[in-house]
Design a protein around this ligand. Structure first.
Ligand code: AMP
Length: 285
């Protein structure tokens, strides 16, 4: 496994793959790796000739300084995990390598309504930061395949939108969410939960599943949302949103849409830790 800290080294390593038209898979992460990240790496390894994983805690996507400072960082363990899974190259750039002073790395993509709900509503500026770092990383790595998790459904959807809008020559692959035994979606932030919170957080996946059952029973989306928010309001937990959306437009449903893709998305505060999760309730026809 090769570790690169600067752009030129990584580009030189990738050049032979590019000239031979070999598939390059890219998995951007913020580190503190877990099985969810590794599933993306494995998917890339199975489908491409070279897999690059980046570890970069991107300051521009954090809307709260404290969240950025408290974000877990475990670089030595991350490298060990990537080595063991068989990842070929790791890119661990400095902030200056990603955002060189004087270089305009802003991205002019209008996400419109796609970024208005859910994470976009509660984390102002977050998706501009995500778009900025992903575009910059794509410019550097120039992968043929980009692997992202369904766990961050809106993020993956917006990156796909950006790739289309800018006609980027990359296929965006959405990988299923990997969960703990109790259903809690794996997340780097889970490391900040105490054992009790970790146990209780199973309510999030349970509520997403219940929402699926309620929709199936014919309950209107607004009522499902209401019941879900109630169920998630347990001592020490505070749901921020629970939305039933059309999976293609990311707009909230007003009524049942049996032939459409329907996704339930939620963000819940467990003490000081913000957890997000979602479940595809209907795949549509
Ligand atoms: P992060 O390090 O949290 O920025 O995540 C890096 C990538 O891993 C993103 O594409 C996430 O959607 C994906 N990811 C995070 N958690 C999971 C999970 N539990 N299952 C699958 N993918 C995940």
């Amino acid at each position: 496994m090769y570790l690169f800290k600067n752009v030129s080294g990584l580009r030189a390593f990738l050049e032979p793959f590019r000239t031979k038209n070999r598939a390059i898979g890219f998995v951007p992460t913020m580190g503190a790796l877990h099985e969810g990240h590794l599933s993306l790496i494995r998917e890339s390894l199975a489908a491409t000739h070279c897999t690059v994983c980046s570890i970069f805690v991107n300051p521009t996507q954090f809307n709260q300084q404290a969240d950025l400072e408290q974000y877990p960082r475990t670089p030595a363990k991350d490298l060990q995990m990537l080595y063991e899974v068989g990842c070929q190259a790791v890119f661990m750039p400095t902030v200056e390598a990603i955002y060189p002073p004087g270089l305009d790395t802003s991205v002019a993509v209008d996400f419109g309504q796609l970024a208005e709900g859910m994470e976009g509503r509660f984390r102002p500026g977050h998706f501009q930061g995500v778009a900025q770092v992903v575009k910059r990383l794509l410019d550097i790595v120039q992968p043929s395949h980009l692997y992202m998790g369904q766990k961050d459904y809106q993020q993956c959807f917006l990156v796909r939108h950006m790739a289309q809008a800018l006609a980027l020559p990359v296929e965006v692959v959405m990988s299923p969410t990997v969960r703990e035994a109790n259903g809690l979606a794996m997340s780097s932030r889970n490391a900040r939960l105490n054992p009790e919170q970790r146990k209780q957080a199973a309510i999030i996946y349970k509520t997403l599943q219940d929402a699926g059952a309620w929709i199936k029973q014919g309950l209107p989306p607004a009522e499902v949302q209401e019941k879900a928010l109630q169920q998630l309001t347990i001592p020490g937990f505070r749901p921020e949103y629970f939305e039933i959306i059309n999976g293609q437009t990311l707009q909230q449903l007003n009524e049942a849409q049996p032939d459409r893709m329907v996704v339930a998305c939620t963000a819940v505060w467990a003490g000081e830790v913000r957890l997000i999760d979602n479940l595809i309730l209907q795949t549509g026809s």
